[in-house]
Design a protein around this ligand. Structure first.
Ligand code: ATP
Ligand code: MG
Length: 568
């Protein structure tokens, strides 16, 4: 593409401003960020915001961004997710080069840091069980109470911790806790657990370890080991920042990264938490993580969204600390904008209605040669055959047209895109009385491009020649949920009851212009007047292509919602 994606003005937001200051003051010479997913599910559009922020900043400021897997919970994690996540980040257009890492790479260093805390008297082995720990933790309004094991000697703690590592105890027998302050107003500082026993093999370290560090302990120290300068995370970690800073201050960390929080992306009419996405997949409410209705990156990709649309979306929503619920139309508009620039045009009839042009010779075929893209001549042209029998869309004909109906109706004229003006002379019905076929006549003088073309006909409709067209299957998608905030009005947060039960409509008998049988998996077209459609890369069959509707041409949803609010 030449100069169609004009480069945007450099982004400014409070995080980039901090980074500019840190560079200007000489606090940092080189910026290091990281994108740290846990490989316990596939990425969704919310992660795209974090990917674009972390990798984007590294690119803009000539720093680097670690692609780091936060793989500390072997019970929930899987190599399959690692592969998928790498594929998704790559698709977004970002490269990690040599900066691919795993928190599990640091298990030995993390263990050493834990011993360091123990030796300083800043961590102890707790022998209460999870329930008892919870009871002593206190509440938001009441301070917690010290555990009877809090004052174990350094020697005893070291011995027990080493025995924990050596596998002497069963799961849950002991944990390692930081020794901070059971009366702290911030519950995260009430002696948080740092290590637990899990006799579960890890996907990368196999059975090398039977104790695993918890998120808060792992995260900041991994940041420090990688020389991360700015550790960018979502707002729910704001209350964890004092712990993040405490841990880094108490051990001999190689550097002191700064945690900065921003608000996470929420999108209306969908759910974005991995826990909920897993539930949708496992309970079969969708057909896998890459179901085109899912707002996972794999789902969006399969649906036909280009990565550039996702990047444009992230740019548009920006970075701030304010809570947000972005409307799906923002994402859809980005897809329209990007696809309009790159998608070749084609004619497709979703619900075919046969039209016989009675005054057109029976054995004649003409070929029109429209551009593949109206604004990109370099994309060349295509050949569209025309003959006596064509299909038009059922929606483009009305027996009793309303006053300003400019498409086809009995006795009315319409222009066939790239071809001629036709007039509807006769309607043929089937045995049930439904419109089955139209008989029309064409006016040879109205050939597109010819002098007489200037004749005043308001409507233009698309069509395909019955002899030449190619049958395909089309899937029309709607939002996966019927409510803007699924589960929000349910006391138990049950979001499944808000599923839209009609979120996909399959149409088997669509007809597209010839040439499209050559379309490649994932190729996206603009079906003129209908929308953007992408060849499904998974379920297209050798004899029949399946097209996913990526997005309609206009925002029909915004209109519907406006009407609804006006009515109510
Ligand atoms: P989820 O809540 O969907 O399960 P998570 O936060 O547990 O996601 P991680 O794998 O820990 O998922 O996320 C990796 C990074 O992506 C984190 O830095 C996290 O803050 C960020 N992230 C996750 N969801 C969003 C979101 N909706 N908006 C912005 N950033 C997000
Ligand atoms: Mg998480």
């Amino acid at each position: 593409m030449t100069d169609k994606t004009s480069s945007p003005a450099p982004a400014t937001d409070f995080i980039r401003n901090i980074i500019r200051e840190d560079l200007a003051s000489g606090k940092h010479l080189r910026i290091v960020t990281r994108f740290p997913p846990e490989p316990n599910g596939h990425l969704h559009i919310g992660h795209a915001k974090s990917i674009q922020l972390n990798f984007g900043i590294a690119n803009e400021f000539d720093g680097n961004c670690f692609m780091r897997f936060d793989d500390t919970n072997p019970l929930k994690e899987d190599e399959e997710y690692v592969e998928g996540i790498l594929q998704d980040v790559h698709w977004m257009g970002y490269e990690w080069g040599e900066y691919l890492s795993y928190a599990s790479d640091y298990f030995e260093e993390l263990y050493e840091f834990a011993e360091e805390l123990i030796k300083k008297g800043k961590a102890y082995v707790e022998s209460l069980n999870a329930e008892e720990i919870r009871e002593l933790r206190g509440t938001l309004t009441e301070p917690g109470k010290n555990s009877p094991f809090r004052d174990r000697s350094v020697e005893e703690n070291l011995k027990l911790f080493r025995e924990m590592r050596a596998g002497k105890f069963t799961d849950g027998a002991h944990v390692l806790r930081a020794k901070i302050d059971m009366a702290a107003a911030n519950i995260n500082l009430r002696d948080p657990v740092l290590y637990r026993i899990r006799k579960v093999p890890h996907q990368r370290t196999a059975d090398q370890w039977c104790i695993y560090p918890l998120y808060d302990f792992t995260h900041g120290l991994s940041d420090a080991l990688e020389g991360v300068t700015h550790s960018l995370c979502t707002l729910e970690f704001e209350d964890h920042r004092p712990l993040y800073d405490w841990i880094l201050a108490e051990v001999s960390a190689p550097c002191l990264p700064r945690q900065i929080e921003f608000s996470r992306l929420n999108l209306r009419y969908t759910v974005l938490s991995k826990r909920r996405l897993i539930q949708l997949v496992e309970e079969g409410h969708v057909n896998g993580w890459d179901d085109p209705r899912m707002l996972t990156l794999s789902g969006i990709r399969r649906r036909g969204y280009p990565a550039s649309a996702v990047r444009l979306f992230c740019e548009r929503i920006g970075i701030s600390k304010s809570e947000n619920n972005i409307d799906m139309s923002v994402l859809e508009d980005c897809a329209r904008e990007e696809l309009d620039k790159i998608a070749p045009r084609a004619m497709a009839v979703l619900r075919p209605l046969k039209v016989v042009i009675t005054n057109y010779p029976e054995d004649k075929t003409e070929e029109f040669e429209p551009a593949r893209h109206p604004k990109n001549p370099e994309m060349g042209s295509r050949k569209v055959p025309f003959s006596r029998e064509i299909y038009i869309d059922h929606d483009d004909f009305r027996e009793d047209p309303p006053p300003n109906y400019f498409r086809l109706a009995p006795g009315k004229e319409v222009r066939l895109r790239f071809a001629y003006v036709i007039r509807c002379d006769e309607v043929i019905y089937d045995t049930e009385g439904k419109v089955n076929e139209l008989r029309c006549t064409y006016d040879q003088a109205t050939r597109s491009g010819a002098k007489a073309e200037g004749r005043k006909v308001k409507g233009i409709i698309h069509w395909v020649s019955t002899k030449h067209c190619v049958p395909v299957e089309v899937r029309l998608y709607d939002r996966l949920f019927a409510k803007p905030l699924p589960g929000s009005d349910d006391s138990e947060g049950n979001f499944l009851k808000d599923l839209n039960l009609n979120s996909v409509e399959t149409i088997n008998s669509c007809q597209v212009e010839p040439g499209l049988e050559e379309a490649q998996p994932a190729e996206v077209f603009q079906f003129e007047r209908v929308g953007y459609f992408c060849v499904d890369s998974k379920e297209s069959r050798p004899d029949t292509l399946v097209f996913n509707r990526t997005v309609t041409l206009r925002d029909t949803w915004a209109k519907l919602e406006q009407e609804q609010t006006r009515q109510s």
